[in-house]
Design a protein around this ligand. Structure first.
Ligand code: FAD
Ligand code: NAI
Length: 467
């Protein structure tokens, strides 16, 4: 009889966990994955990346048709009406197809789904649904959930004070949506409801929105969102939210203290970050503890200090992004199988899927300046890009930052309707150690938005053509 029930047991079937499980099985390891949700795919597929992008796409179509923006292209549409139930239904269909797809992949790769909440009983065993399961290796991929705002009670059922899950399913368009937190979720989901007709006010504690992004993206992003109608109140803190009937009152004051103001809202979205899921996991039984932020620390191989226990994704320190979790899922399975799985955490792109999209990879200008690195910067506006001009979609720019001595590209930051797609090229070039000259002398198809990246790289060299 085998010493363990499984070679690998993954806890959590989000983008980290399900990818790790499939990769482990592909490598010939007997694998199980415990997931407490009704469906596989974790936060990302069920209540994160996928439903938010489905609504971003649908709401963009609605706004395009409804706002009359198509008329200048000679496309005249009749009266545009919103069928919100149908919009939600199509989103639910996309989510169902994708979560069902993971279930199919589990069966295909012979990954056993243990349905229920897993809790450690030792460094090689967990309890799931009252049954003890043993494994030679256990991967913690339990992800994260919404961080609460002290004193503010979220009730997604009532659909007045909601978190991101509630904001993905509001039954009607609020007249006034107040978003607490000017980060990624606030601007993406704020965009959805603004496009569908809501007045959107964003309350941000810091002096700028979109923390972590390059300063030019943050500054220009704020200008663009304001132009779109967002009311953005930075350096402002929320001191309380009260609900009376179908209305909420959000009490705010300057972050540094000062006069209190009340803002009336029909819906309030709380999105001030996410925190790791470890409660109920009983990591102590495995000989582990969490750090002061509740995260599980790992080494570069994604192994914890207990050799049989590994951890990936949102539950570990680093960017809370699906593609980072997925790449770690592949790497951890390869490491367990005796191969060399690596994730380059310095080159993980981040994308905000608003219109235009905002994306970055590598270091920001401020990070490099703070580290005392001598840099060269090249910027190219989409107003000088022929394809963007032809599409009448010229908002944004590409900013390439390279090392002043070696010319190696250290960061690329983009605002463009296609920023999320363009950033992949920058990430690949950086992964290959490209210089800005390498990008500048690579032939880019014309007319494409990608030529703006080439021209920004040429600007680093001091010689763009179309500017
Ligand atoms: P998760 O996806 O959180 O999955 C963890 C799973 O573990 C969950 O299904 C949970 O039920 C399960 N679990 C937890 N504890 C246990 C237990 N004890 N036993 C069994 N199962 C357990 N990222 C992007 O890169 N792009 C985006 O566009 C994007 N959009 C987002 C939009 C929203 C609204 C939100 C909230 C997040 C978004 N993210 C996005 C972030 C992304 O969803 C996460 O970074 C990603 O899901 C993390 O993957 P994970 O595998 O670490 O954890
Ligand atoms: P976030 O960290 O992006 O933004 C939270 C914002 O709230 C910050 O600007 C912060 O300064 C502000 N804030 C914190 N406390 C506050 C307070 N008391 N009052 C007012 N403002 C306050 O977190 P968010 O938007 O909740 O997203 C969570 C995670 O999900 C992010 O880490 C992100 O990586 C991930 N995500 C990624 C997406 C993508 O890749 N497109 C989309 C959505 C989420």
């Amino acid at each position: 009889m085998a010493e363990f029930d499984f070679d690998v047991l993954v806890i959590g079937a989000g983008p980290g966990g399900y990818v790790a499980a499939i990769r482990a099985a592909q490598l010939g390891l007997k694998t199980a994955c415990a997931e407490s949700r009704e469906t596989l795919g974790g936060t990302c597929l069920n209540v994160g990346c996928i439903p938010s992008k489905a609504l971003l796409h649908a709401s963009e179509l609605y706004e395009e048709a409804h706002s009359g923006a198509l008329a200048k292209f000679g496309v005249n549409v009749g009266k545009t009406t919103l069928d919100l139930d149908q919009m939600h239904a199509e989103k639910v269909k996309a989510v169902g197809e994708l979560t069902g797809g993971i279930e199919f992949l589990f069966k295909k790769n012979k990954v056993e789904w243990l349905k229920g909440l897993a809790s450690f009983t030792s460094a090689n065993s967990v309890e799931v649904n009252g049954k003890t399961v043993t494994a030679k290796n256990i991967i913690i991929a339990t992800g994260s959930s919404v961080a609460p705002l002290p004193g503010v009670e979220v009730d997604n059922e009532k659909a007045i004070v909601v978190d991101s899950t509630g904001a993905l399913a509001l039954p009607k368009v609020p007249d006034h949506l107040v978003v607490i937190g000017g980060g990624v979720i606030g601007l993406e989901l704020g965009s959805v409801w603004r496009r569908l007709g809501a007045k959107v006010t964003v309350i941000e504690y810091l002096d700028q929105i979109l923390p972590g992004m390059d300063k030019d993206v943050r500054k220009d992003g704020a200008r663009i969102f304001k132009k779109q109608g967002f009311d953005i109140k930075t350096s402002t803190k929320v001191t309380g939210v009260s609900v009376k009937g179908k209305k909420a009152t959000v009490t705010v004051e300057p972050a540094a203290g000062g006069d209190v103001t009340n803002i009336e809202a029909d819906a309030v979205l709380v999105c001030i970050g996410r925190r790791p899921n470890t409660s109920g996991l009983n990591v102590e039984a495995a000989g582990l503890s969490t750090n002061d932020r509740g995260l599980i620390e790992v080494d570069h191989r994604m192994q914890t200090k207990v050799k049989s226990v590994w951890a990936i994704g949102d539950v570990t320190p680093g960017l809370m992004l699906a593609h980072r979790a997925e790449d770690e899922g592949i790497a951890v399975a390869e490491n367990i199988a005796g191969q060399t799985g690596i994730v380059n955490h310095d080159i993980i792109p981040g994308v905000v899927y608003t219109h235009p999209e905002m994306a970055g990879v590598g270091k920001t200008e401020d990070e490099l300046s703070a580290a005392g690195v001598a840099i060269k910067i090249g910027k190219f506006p989409f107003a000088g890009n022929s394809r963007a001009k032809a599409n009448r979609d010229t908002e944004g720019f590409v900013k390439v930052i390279s090392d002043a001595n070696s010319d190696r590209v250290l960061g690329v930051h983009i605002i463009s309707s296609l920023a999320g797609t363009l950033i992949a090229q920058a990430a690949q070039a950086m992964e290959f150690g490209a210089t800005s000259e390498d990008i500048a002398y690579t032939c880019h198809a014309h007319p494409t938005h990608s030529e703006a990246l080439k021209e920004a790289a040429m600007a680093v060299q001091g010689k763009p053509i179309h500017m």
